[in-house]
Design a protein around this ligand. Structure first.
Ligand SMILES: Nc1ncnc2c1ncn2[C@@H]1O[C@H](COP(=O)(O)OP(=O)(O)OP(=O)(O)O)[C@@H](O)[C@H]1O
Length: 219
């Protein structure tokens, strides 16, 4: 299972945001996207998912062009930067919609058991984010796109989600972006940096300094 996006050209009101972007994600690998604020990471995930239409792009799945928006297939699930589910939705209903298992959430995070009958609005910010990430990781989608999944999560939850992602990558191609670059460096098998509108495959942490994403000594 392989997903590639190539030749992305995106502008907003004549301002070029992305140009000549290429990213490849494969089953068994976690692909990280790094880049400074406003460089276009979220836009790129939306373009892959299909809810943002750029001037140009080509998506290929297993080397075959996929011309419909990816969200029209059951192959992909996407965690946006902000909330995924409406606040009045019951958690268990969301699990059903995404064919994810409530019991698996409770075995990984027993403290969530108290929310069995809750709506998303009843949860704290971190509990809500945790539940949304868990549903996506646990869904049957082959490709998952995660936009800043670790925001609002406490360190132990981040650690557990990282373990779950490492396990679940055996079944999925995962693309994620986050500003917690140390976590991305630990987690990702491949990293692309978006800089000056272009994507750069990062060969090692030193490249992040070379491209001025990090200052020397920050690693
Ligand atoms: N719908 C839109 N209309 C106009 N400009 C937009 C729109 N969406 C995003 N932008 C602009 O495009 C640029 C890229 O935004 P995007 O959200 O993709 O960046 P990002 O890398 O995800 O940023 P961050 O890390 O801060 O979340 C920003 O300058 C943003 O202001």
């Amino acid at each position: 299972m392989k997903l590639e996006i190539d030749n992305v050209e995106l502008s907003f009101s004549g301002r070029k945001i992305l140009s000549g972007i290429y990213v490849k994600a494969e089953k068994g690998k976690i692909t990280g996207l790094l880049g400074s604020n406003g460089c276009g990471k979220s836009s790129l995930l939306k373009i892959i998912f299909g809810n943002l239409k750029p001037k140009n792009k080509l998506i290929k799945i297993n080397d075959q062009p996929f011309l419909k928006p990816l969200y029209t297939s059951k192959k992909v699930k996407y965690l946006p930067q902000h909330h995924l589910f409406l606040k009045n939705l019951r958690l268990k209903k969301a699990f059903n919609l995404f064919e994810a298992e409530w019991n698996l959430l409770i075995s990984a995070f027993p403290e969530m058991g108290k929310h069995a009958d809750a709506k998303f609005d009843d949860l704290s910010g971190g509990e809500r984010r945790l539940t949304e990430i868990f549903i996506i990781i646990n869904s049957s989608a082959e490709f998952i796109l995660l936009d800043e999944p670790f925001t609002h999560l406490s360190p132990l939850y981040i650690e557990k989600i990282m373990e779950l992602l490492q396990k679940e990558k055996q079944n999925k191609a995962i693309i994620l972006t986050d500003h917690l670059y140390r976590h991305i460096l630990d987690l990702a098998d491949n990293i692309y940096l978006i800089k000056d509108r272009h994507s750069h495959l990062i060969k090692g942490p030193a490249d992040l300094e070379k491209f001025n994403y990090l200052r020397e000594g920050m690693l």
